[in-house]
Design a protein around this ligand. Structure first.
Ligand code: AHR
Length: 499
């Protein structure tokens, strides 16, 4: 049986647990909005047409910020279409997802929905096919209290209080040839800088996110960040990272080590950003908004998507059904974001409902938790205070995609006399025996243990069997003389709360 030893030192603080690490993402794509969170005819719908069964699950998931309305969608979006009397809102073609957008849910409705979930709104503006003025208009509509044309329009539309949106994305994935209006780094850097400067002239306290790379495998990765930041460094506060992972050719070992790539991605972007900052002799430290991350079977989903030459409203798209192994990777990616919470200060699991999502719904039917729901909701609930950098002494294994990877990964958080340890075992067949030295932590007892594992790493939750995979107590965990021992099943994710 593989054995691992983990040392925790109360003084080895990475940074605070940032609530924005537990952000998510709602895009007008497939059934995320329509028949996902919004379905006026559903038995659980409230007076605004929102499914309250979904609201309950989103609350349980523990999301904090929610990025909206895209994604690729934003690059063809006119925000004005989605406000005001619903019967006057136009139906438009969304070229990025080849579907029809009814605009029945827009900014004001979505903000109202977010209040039910207790989350913060993060908005993206269309810099790809529009420009500075529409971005400023949206900012005025969303945030200005009253007494101007667009703030008074918002009030007339039934939203008296400003939305007070703090975080704004300057477009989406502008490096990707799939993006409507994609640009070179030089072109995008200039337009992002000008848009950001104008938005900050309206409100200097906005937190602006400039587009970084759509993945560490992009041919322009690195150069993109450098060029974009050379133009925009003084005006923006975050550079974005997006990363999606999946099993390739049945290589589960590589897949389980996906967080190695996420670490590389974060380190490289920070090195590049710091290089640009240093050259500019800037006192500002650029942080990362990891505003799209998840497991996504990008190629495989195409077979099940209801997208063809027809233009349809809310077709089934990107409705990945996640396995236990996928959930272990999602849990591990979230651990990695926590480990870099000194500089990764905001993140968004992409997405929230139906579209590569932890929550699934059937029109007129139930809503349920995918496997990936569990590590996210448990981590959001248990992680608090400060993140500790663990010293991990564990066997390694060689992966085809990510080189050498540790069989066991871990991170811990501490908050007064409470602590939480999050662990993964990447071994495909064997339990891992782990000892964790808690010296220096005030915690004296285990208050909760939860492990997500299954004899079948490909087990899933489905409409027919929505509770096939649920976390269970890890009854083997014990704490004695400041040392926690726990046995981790193969391909598993575990959380241990201490008090
Ligand atoms: O999350 C799905 C899509 O992935 C988003 O629209 C886009 O930004 C990314 O390519």
């Amino acid at each position: 049986m593989p054995r691992a030893h983990i040392g925790l030192d109360r003084r080895a603080v990475v940074g605070p647990v940032r609530r924005r690490t537990f952000g998510s993402f709602v895009e007008h794509l497939g059934r995320c909005v329509y028949t996902g969170l919004y379905e006026p005819d559903h038995p659980t719908a409230n007076e605004d047409g929102f499914r309250t069964d979904v609201v309950e699950l989103v609350r349980e998931l523990g999301t904090t910020t929610v990025r909206y309305p895209g994604g690729n969608f934003v690059s063809g979006f006119r925000w004005e279409d989605s406000v005001g009397p619903r019967e006057q809102r136009p139906v438009r073609r969304d070229l990025s997802w080849h579907s029809l957008e009814s605009n029945q849910v827009g900014l004001d409705e979505f903000a109202k929905w977010l209040k039910l979930t207790g989350s913060e709104l993060m908005l993206a503006v269309n810099v790809a096919t529009r420009g500075i003025l529409p971005a400023l208009d949206l900012l005025e509509y969303a945030n200005h209290p009253s007494g101007t044309a667009l703030s008074d329009l918002r009030i007339a539309n039934g939203t008296p209080e400003p939305h007070d949106v703090r975080m704004w994305c300057l477009g989406n994935e502008m490096d990707g040839p799939w993006q409507t209006g994609f640009m070179t780094a030089d072109d995008y850097g200039k337009i992002a800088a000008r848009t950001a400067a104008a938005m900050k002239a309206a409100d200097q306290d906005l937190e602006l996110v400039v587009c970084g790379s759509s993945g560490s495998g992009m041919p322009t990765f690195g150069d993109w960040e450098r060029t974009v930041l050379e133009h925009s460094y003084d005006y923006v506060d975050y550079v974005s990272c997006h990363a999606y992972y999946q099993v390739h050719d049945g290589d589960l070992g590589s897949f389980l080590a996906s967080s190695v790539d996420m670490e590389f991605f974060i380190d490289t972007v920070l090195a590049t950003a710091d290089h640009v900052g240093h050259k500019r002799q800037s006192k500002k430290r650029m942080n990362i908004s990891f505003d799209e991350w998840n497991v996504w079977y990008l190629e495989e989903h195409k077979a099940s998507d209801e997208v063809n030459d027809e233009w349809r409203h809310a077709p089934r798209q990107l409705e990945d059904v996640y396995t236990v192994a996928d959930a272990v990777v999602v849990g591990n990616l979230l651990m990695t974001l926590l480990k870099r919470s000194d500089r990764v200060t905001s993140a968004s699991l992409a997405q929230l409902v139906n579209v590569i999502a932890p929550i699934m719904t059937e029109p007129g039917g139930p809503a349920w938790r995918q496997t990936t729901f569990h590590p996210f909701s448990i981590t959001s609930r248990l992680a608090s205070g400060e993140v500790l950098r663990p010293v991990i002494d564990a066997p390694t294994y060689l992966t085809a995609r990510h080189g050498e990877a540790s069989l066991v990964d871990a991170v811990a958080t501490v908050d007064g006399d409470r602590a939480a340890v999050f662990l993964v075992n990447r071994d495909l067949t064997e339990n891992a025996q782990v000892t964790i030295d808690l010296h220096g932590l005030a915690a004296t007892r285990i208050t909760e243990t939860l492990t997500l594992a299954d004899a079948d790493p490909y087990a899933k939750n489905t409409l027919a069997d929505p509770l096939r995979v649920v976390p269970t107590a890890n009854t083997g965990a014990a704490l004695a003389d400041g040392v926690l021992t726990v046995e981790l099943p193969p391909v598993s994710w575990t959380a241990i709360a201490l008090g």
